[in-house]
Design a protein around this ligand. Structure first.
Ligand SMILES: Cc1cc2nc3c(=O)[nH]c(=O)nc-3n(C[C@H](O)[C@H](O)[C@H](O)COP(=O)(O)O)c2cc1C
Length: 189
């Protein structure tokens, strides 16, 4: 168990969505991955997050939003840049948008706690995917802060989109990343 946890925690690395291909998780594997999210710590059990799966049939709609968002912030974007923005939505067989909900945040259960809960749920999803043999990657980007994304996914006023999660078969790996030393993030008091 110890060894398994070590392998899982230290084996997972970020894989760029363009390096994630088919096959993606089957229906039962996807359910397992999603179920892992519900084991995240959640103060007050308010379920302050949700994940929207962007199905194959909706990818072009998302691509159009990425395209429009790039045009909004850069009128001089080249046709290649615009095409790339569109294609980002097509990458990877399984794509989720991770959303936090700050509804009913208060002094007892703050927005920060809710965001941490989402972070833990995301990590569970990444580790579960890895344990099933899949790679995963997170992506954010300026479009996430746009009204267009809020409108596309019909987010409520209390919700914020945090990042996309792409899951699939690793097509190409990169050298292992260098991780920080314990001394960089630990001190005694
Ligand atoms: C909320 C969040 C958003 C992220 N967005 C991006 C992104 O837009 N592009 C990217 O290359 N990596 C993104 N990452 C992944 C980090 O770059 C990656 O986790 C980091 O380099 C550490 O590598 P590791 O995950 O392999 O340990 C994001 C990570 C988090 C937590």
């Amino acid at each position: 168990m110890d060894d398994f946890a070590e392998k899982l925690i230290h084996g997972r690395t970020h894989i760029s969505p363009k390096r994630l291909g088919s096959p993606g998780p089957s229906k039962s594997q996807k359910d397992k991955i999603l179920l892992a999210a519900n084991a995240a710590p959640d103060h007050g059990r308010t379920l302050p997050w949700r994940f929207i799966e962007i199905q194959e049939s909706s990818r072009s709609e998302l691509g159009e939003v990425f395209y429009q968002c790039l045009l909004d912030r850069d009128q001089n974007a080249t046709p290649i840049q615009l095409q790339e923005a569109r294609e980002k939505a097509l990458r990877g067989p399984l794509l989720f948008l991770a959303i936090v909900s700050y509804e009913d945040s208060n002094a007892e259960i703050s927005k920060q706690e809710k965001l941490i809960s989402l972070g833990c749920a995301i990590q569970n999803i990444l580790l579960s995917s890895y344990s099933l043999g899949f790679g995963s990657g997170l992506s954010s980007g300026r479009a996430l802060q746009s009204a267009r994304i809020r409108e596309l996914f019909q987010l409520s006023k209390q919700e914020e989109p945090i990042c996309f999660i792409t899951i699939g078969t690793v097509l190409k790996t990169k050298p292992d990343r260098i991780r920080p030393e314990i001394s960089e993030y630990h001190s005694l008091f």
